[in-house]
Design a binder for this molecule. Structure first.
Ligand SMILES: NC(=O)c1ccc[n+]([C@@H]2O[C@H](COP(=O)([O-])OP(=O)(O)OC[C@H]3O[C@@H](n4cnc5c(N)ncnc54)[C@H](OP(=O)(O)O)[C@@H]3O)[C@@H](O)[C@H]2O)c1
Length: 335
């Protein structure tokens, strides 16, 4: 399989206080540094991708940039022994789509030590329906269970439940037998949340957060991708020895709470980072995503779009209106 002379890519180019965005044609010489060249078959959209294409997002570190922090496809060339042409692979995180051209290009070249073989049990579409969001949800569950969480411990809450991290965490937890409560700002999506496995649904707009340092204890675990005042409320409502896995900031970056939940209830607050996660852990968690953590209804949460549809989808995420995952299709069967 050869690398074509040109291939389509979605480009974000910084111009003073704005970012020009659109589909362009890139040439083979535009490919980034690395040993592994991949024909990208699928990518996806994460909140970070939306931030990478706006001036105030403070995510993109090069310009022009092909964004896309996720990709899955087939190796077309490899300058090391690590991979062979024809291998099905995925890449998430590191500098991809931030400081190195990412998954919104039809071809990409990346360092071999960023590349994960797609495990048996997942197609490349599945891998991108999961993507960074699902990988982060899985890291959250693995780390919480390593800290003692089990279905018998009590209910687990998922915040931002209709979003990428939230919808996949919900499915994975329900599949493992947890009693899951979904916290969502979308009152119109309760049927969707129930179809993913939510037993209870709380409306973010009607949530009574209280003001005391310790409120009624309710949750044995919490997958939190929103942060801010929601995370502060979680610290105050965890059960004894409860575990929170925080990965995100859609509700804000500040955290106002006290030490009382930690020293009187033994609450554990775990930070989750998918970007620089070690390769050893990556391989282990992707193996679990292909087996016992595999979400039952990936097609239910994933919507396919093309490169042309990216700007509208970014606006949806930035407006807090995401529902599940956007999976990005590329031209197929190119040489
Ligand atoms: N640490 C990591 O490695 C890592 C990896 C992936 C993602 N993240 C972060 O995790 C967060 C979620 O990412 P995502 O890809 O799942 O994004 P997403 O698909 O846009 O989902 C975010 C969800 O948060 C909820 N939300 C939106 N605005 C909110 C607000 N003002 N207050 C409270 N909740 C709000 C919405 O769900 P409801 O309407 O259902 O409430 C929304 O769908 C982002 O901050 C992202 O940067 C971090």
């Amino acid at each position: 399989m050869t690398i074509p002379d040109t291939f389509p890519a979605f480009l974000a180019t910084r111009r003073d206080d704005t970012v020009d965005r659109g589909v362009a044609s890139l040439a083979r010489d535009d490919l980034g540094d690395g040993e592994v060249t991949v024909r990208v078959d699928w990518s996806s959209i994460n909140y970070k991708d939306a931030l990478a294409t706006i001036a105030k997002g403070q995510v993109a570190r090069i310009s022009p940039l092909v964004p896309g922090v996720d990709l899955a496809g087939e190796v077309v060339a490899c300058d090391s022994d690590a991979f062979s042409a024809g291998d099905q692979v995925l890449v998430t995180g590191y500098d991809l789509g931030v400081a190195h051209d990412g998954g919104y290009g039809g071809r990409v070249r990346v360092p071999a030590d960023w590349v994960v073989p797609i495990p048996n049990g997942l197609s490349s579409f599945d891998a991108m329906a999961i993507g960074t969001a699902g990988f982060t949800a899985a890291l959250s569950i693995v780390d919480m269970e390593n800290n003692g969480l089990a279905p018998a411990a009590g209910p687990v809450i998922v915040t931002g439940a209709t979003g990428g991290v939230g919808s996949l965490a919900l499915q994975m937890l329900a599949g493992r037998g947890y009693a899951v409560t979904a916290l969502s700002g979308k009152d119109s999506e309760h049927d969707f949340l129930r179809s993913l496995g939510a037993r209870e649904i709380l409306s973010r707009h009607q949530l009574e957060k209280g003001t005391r340092p310790l409120e009624k204890s309710q949750w044995a675990g919490a997958v939190d991708a929103v942060g801010g005042d929601i995370l502060a409320w979680l610290t105050r409502t965890m059960m004894y020895n409860g575990t929170i896995a925080n990965s995100g900031l859609t509700a804000g970056t500040e955290l106002h709470t006290t030490v009382l939940p930690f020293i009187l209830r033994g609450v554990k607050l775990l930070g989750i980072d998918s970007v620089m996660c070690s390769m050893e852990k990556r391989l282990r968690v992707w193996q679990r995503l292909a087996t016992d953590l595999k979400p039952a209804g990936l097609r239910t949460v994933a919507r396919e779009i093309t490169l042309d549809g990216l700007p509208d989808a970014f606006a949806t995420l930035l407006g807090g209106a995401a529902r599940g995952r956007f999976v990005v299709t590329h031209e197929r069967n190119a040489p």
